[in-house]
Design a protein around this ligand. Structure first.
Ligand code: DAH
Length: 344
């Protein structure tokens, strides 16, 4: 039996020598010390030994067991350390490699202008409202004093879904919706997209953006309109900017005006952009026509109103010195990246 114990000792040693993975050690442990392991099996035969031999062999096998356990633990640790070192070597992070540059986007100049504009009017106490881009003839034209057959429709041909539904030609359509759903005092702006069946050129596009403004209260006058628009122009373009009101015609306002601001490119001196006039038109405005008030359920004897419709592309072009409106729609990154942190 003693010899058997020695054989087990030697074979464990030999197997440990050859083990190259920590999982092999566990196999050896099971094979030798497990319930059906070699040493365990051997000890089961102890009953056959004489009374003198039994304690001696018992002690020897306990010693061997402790010895083997020690070796197994040591070898496991050794192999685990090696495995860890190998893994770390493979996973090495080379922090000297330069990072991949992520291209950073920025706001579209039109969006930036629209947000700036909204901020300015909110600062003057206006509320922002939204209106549908698919509008009906009634709100887009009829309620704004433009009945069927009115010549003002010629300048605003658009895309029709049927006789009644169309892509709105002006954010002014929101005026009628607001007046029908709110009671005065009213002080709103409504920025958004509008559509017209126009050919594309440097100043025209079949889709463009406007911001409508509407104020209705008792005693609103043209002076309020001038004050509001002057304030807007100064905040958008800086203190030196001036506005100019030219008499004009819109069916939904009386009197009506087209409003110019000093050309930012030449500071009013006259240049190619302002065609030598020193002024650039950015909006239409006026006092809300009493007919419109009545049609929308507001008593014109009690209330007066002012309205304006700002061309957002114009305002943007002027702010950023953009010579051609098409640049705002073509999504050419070489153009767009000039407006933010992610410049190329
Ligand atoms: N809706 C007009 C257009 O698209 C612009 C406009 C003019 C709006 C006068 C107004 C206004 O609110 O009072 O040409």
């Amino acid at each position: 039996m003693q010899q058997k114990l020695n054989e087990i000792r030697e074979s464990v040693r030999a197997r440990l020598e050859k083990a190259v993975e920590s999982s092999h050690i566990e196999e050896i442990r099971v094979n030798v010390l497990g319930r059906k392991g070699e040493l365990t099996q051997l000890l089961k035969g102890m009953g056959k030994l004489s009374a003198e031999e039994r304690p001696v062999i018992g002690q020897m096998s306990n010693q061997l067991r402790a010895e083997i356990e020690g070796w197994l633990d040591q070898k496991t640790r050794e192999l685990q350390d090696k495995e860890k070192a190998a893994r770390l070597a493979k996973e090495t992070l080379d922090i000297s490699i330069p990072g991949k540059e992520m291209q950073q986007g920025n706001q579209h100049p039109l969006t930036a202008t629209m947000e700036h504009l909204v901020e300015i009017f909110v600062g003057m106490g206006f509320t922002v409202v939204d209106g549908p881009e698919i509008e009906d003839d009634h709100h887009n034209f009829e309620l704004l004093n433009v009945p069927k057959g009115h010549p003002a429709r010629d300048a605003q041909d658009t895309f029709y879904f049927n006789d009644n539904l169309l892509l709105r030609t002006q954010t002014s359509a929101v005026q009628s919706r607001v007046m029908l759903s709110q009671k005065p005092p009213i002080r709103i702006i409504s920025p958004g997209r509008v559509y017209r069946a126009d050919e594309v050129d440097a100043t025209h596009s079949p889709v463009f953006s406007q911001c409508e403004g509407l104020v209705i209260d008792k005693g609103i006058t043209m002076a309020d309109l001038k004050g509001i628009l002057d304030q807007f122009a100064r905040e958008m373009y800086g203190e030196g900017i001036k506005t100019r009101f030219r008499p004009s015609f819109f069916p939904f306002t009386e009197p009506s005006a087209e409003v110019d601001v000093t050309c930012a490119a030449c500071h009013g001196e006259g240049c190619r952009i302002c065609k030598g006039t020193g002024w650039i038109e950015i909006l239409g405005a006026g006092m809300v026509n009493p007919n419109v008030l009545s049609m929308c359920g507001i008593d014109p004897n009690e209330y007066t109103g002012l309205a304006f419709g700002i061309g957002l592309e114009r305002v943007t072009d002027l702010k950023f010195n953009v010579p051609d409106m098409r640049l705002l729609f073509e999504n050419d990154l070489r153009f767009l990246m000039q407006f933010g942190k992610g410049r190329i």
